[in-house]
Ligand binder design. Structure first.
Ligand SMILES: [Zn+2]
Length: 402
């Protein structure tokens, strides 16, 4: 028996109410320093749907580093442009150019090393050249991991060490707006996080929040997107439910880059305990149509189709040495949950932080692309959804694929 992360009602864990992904990686960060038996870094993921509010979640303990924001510090041009477009939309909701406020303060709770705040800072100074009002826009970040706080400060960003929980009021509050990118799905208590953010905002304050889309995972039969780091799996409906429960009105909700939910919200109430309890009493269901029978059917089918394809592929490569490209969370889940871990020589990844370490859940050595290019008689399987074309082109440039 466990408690729903959102509505806090008890969830009975009967077998038929759970999808179990066996031998999943125990986490997606902190790669292994030494080779070890794969099972030592595996866990069984238990996916459930709350029968009361419909929130899809894992009945597993959150990873130990769930308060830290871990994302690549190098932001691609595509990502930068996407963020800029989002910030422009946020500015228009804030009506900055017509605002009569002396200062407009924007907070990013969970800002990592300040990658996205830096994009915001540059956009603001660019806009300030044409419109002085943007000189009044100030930006702040909160990050739990002190190393990342310091990295953000190196970019001259105003970032303090902390985490949005327990209703804590941050320095410089109240803010006019908040932004948060793919962080809420990691939270042990998403309601507490959003309630705390609510308390730090002015009434009428604007928010921009994103999270991975569970609809995308289902529609694409992508069981390999499941990872223990993402303890919540949000849909349009369940993220709406969480945001409305914590005092926000939805201004717009969109799909970003096919796989991400993007919400713009406005604070319309102070989310104290009685507000939240009243909301849960009055609005019982977040996801009307999602049930475990449906989810199980999709993931079972997804997993068995994937396994069959993989067996066929492995038998097609003959005596060539097989490599896998991509120690992303999807790559880790695929390696850990399939026979691939017994067939692959090593995993290729271009991130120096991962190289010379071993994959979680499959204990395969991670090598840099150059080491791979030197090998003869090889085959490579790309495990990086979203980047496969780009990686394929890189490999083709550097090696001849038979
Ligand atoms: Zn619930």
């Amino acid at each position: 028996m466990s408690k729903c992360l959102i509505c806090k009602n008890e969830i009975e864990s009967r077998d038929e109410d759970i999808f179990v992904l066996k031998n999943a990686p125990a986490r997606a960060q902190y790669f292994l320093e030494n080779r070890e038996v794969p099972s030592k870094s595996q866990i069984n993921l238990k996916l459930t749907v709350c029968p009361h509010c419909g929130h899809v979640q894992l009945d597993n303990e959150p990873v130990f580093y769930y308060k830290d924001v871990i994302r690549s510090s190098s932001v691609s041009e595509k990502m930068k442009n996407m963020r800029k477009e989002e910030y422009e939309k946020l500015f228009s909701y804030l009506d900055i150019e017509k605002s009569n406020k002396n200062l407009i303060k924007i907070l990013e709770p969970g800002c990592g090393s300040g990658e996205f705040l830096d994009v915001l800072k540059k956009l603001i100074s660019e806009k300030a050249r044409k419109n002085k009002k943007y000189n009044d826009v100030l930006i702040y970040g909160i990050e739990h991991d002190i190393k990342r706080v310091n990295a953000a400060r190196d970019l001259n960003l105003d970032v303090i060490e902390g985490y949005a929980e327990d209703g804590i009021i941050f320095k410089n509050a109240p803010y006019d707006a908040f932004v948060q990118f793919n962080f809420i799905e990691h939270a042990k208590d998403p309601v507490d996080m959003m309630r705390t953010i609510n308390h730090n905002l002015k009434m009428g304050g604007i928010g921009l929040i994103t999270a991975p889309s569970f609809e995308y995972i289902l529609e694409n039969y992508a069981y390999y997107e499941l990872i223990v780091d993402h303890i919540s799996n949000f849909t349009f409906d369940s993220l709406s439910y969480l945001l409305e429960m914590t005092g926000f009105k939805i201004l717009s909700r969109n799909i970003l880059n096919k796989d991400t939910l993007e919400f713009y919200v406005k604070k319309i109430a102070t989310a104290d305990e009685s507000y939240i309890n009243k909301f849960v009493r009055n609005k019982k269901t977040a996801n009307k149509k999602l049930n475990m029978k449906h989810i199980k059917k999709i993931f079972d089918l997804s997993k068995s189709k994937f396994d069959k394809k993989l067996t066929k592929y492995i038998s097609s490569i003959g005596d060539r040495k097989l490599y896998a490209w991509g120690a992303s969370h999807q790559g880790l889940t695929i390696l850990s949950t399939t026979e691939l871990k017994n067939k692959v020589e090593a995993v290729i990844d271009s991130s120096p932080a991962k190289q010379d370490k071993y994959t979680i859940g499959s204990s395969l050595k991670i090598i840099d692309p150059k080491t791979f290019y030197k090998q003869n008689n090889t085959a490579v399987i790309i495990l990086a959804p979203g980047f496969s074309d780009e990686i394929r082109r890189t490999i083709e440039k550097n090696i001849e694929i038979c």
